[in-house]
Design a binder for this molecule. Structure first.
Ligand code: NAP
Length: 242
């Protein structure tokens, strides 16, 4: 069976992506780093709806943890493979540049950019050998426009967008597509501490997006219908910037 691995699928956008792919009929691997209860709740919801979901804990910024977890998964799944990878795990550690700590810079780049590199490299060979793969990277409006107070996050997301374009050209001959999704403000734990009422006024559609709306876009990019789309970054931001 072809599985989808969704990183950071215990909560927020990743959770919605896992639920959506499972409802599309794809068996899903739910990755998380620390919040096991939330990951189990996502798994239970998928199974209750008749889907297939497994948990796989690893920190996306730690290559040895990724290797150990995927080796374990492959040992238990001799006839299965991971054909869809959604690089969704990400964190924010905002600060204005003059006060930004080394660790705020490194933590954000390690999770978003290095995480993308470690996991994608690990799974790419299998996709290329099978001539079948979908890689979808969760970027951000910050990576396109740049956001003050988020130089670290904007740099990481901008780099993921550039890497998406480069990798798409490398692996297209093997029928592996690589795309990015760039959300604006989406309701989740990540945006829970923001001044929502103020920010909504800036959005032409006058609201934050819902994780399910991002998941619908990921579902399309993961589908056979999107086979001729690669190297793209698709915005989903209520008209905030285009
Ligand atoms: P969230 O609600 O804070 O959830 C983050 C998820 O990532 C959780 O499942 C968390 O796992 C996981 N995670 C964090 N660090 C990890 C690590 N080192 N290894 C593995 N998993 C890790 O965030 P969200 O709003 O859904 O955001 C998801 C993605 O969309 C991120 O890449 C974010 O940058 C991007 N994005 C979000 C927005 C927005 O407005 N929300 C806008 C643009 C882009 P635990 O539960 O175990 O902590």
């Amino acid at each position: 069976m072809k599985y989808a691995l969704v990183t950071g699928a215990s909560r927020g956008i990743g959770r919605a992506v896992a639920l959506r792919l499972a409802s599309d009929g794809v068996p899903v691997i739910i990755n998380y780093v620390s919040n096991q209860a939330a990951a189990e709740a996502t798994q239970a919801e998928i199974i209750a709806a008749g889907g297939v979901a497994e948990l796989l804990r690893f920190d996306v910024s730690k290559p040895q943890e990724i290797e150990d977890a995927l080796e374990r998964w492959e040992e238990g799944h001799a006839d299965d493979y991971i054909g869809i990878l959604v690089n969704n795990a990400g964190i924010r550690q905002d600060n204005i540049m003059v006060f930004m700590l080394n660790e705020q810079w490194h933590n954000v780049l390690d999770t978003t950019l290095n995480g993308f590199f470690y996991i994608t490299r690990r799974l790419l060979k299998g996709m290329m050998t099978r001539r079948d793969g979908r890689i979808i990277n969760m970027a951000s409006l910050s990576g396109i426009k740049g956001m003050p107070g988020q130089v670290n996050y904007s740099a990481a997301k901008g780099a993921v967008i550039a890497a998406t374009k480069a990798l798409a050209q490398e692996v297209a001959p093997r029928k592996v597509t690589v795309n990015a999704v760039a959300p604006g403000f989406i309701e989740s734990d990540m945006t829970a501490d923001l001044p929502v009422a103020e920010l909504k006024k800036m959005v032409p559609l006058k609201r934050f997006g819902r994780p399910e709306e991002v998941a619908a876009l990921v579902s399309f990019l993961a589908s056979d219908a999107a086979a001729y789309i690669t190297g793209e970054t698709i915005s989903i931001n209520g008209g905030l910037y285009s």
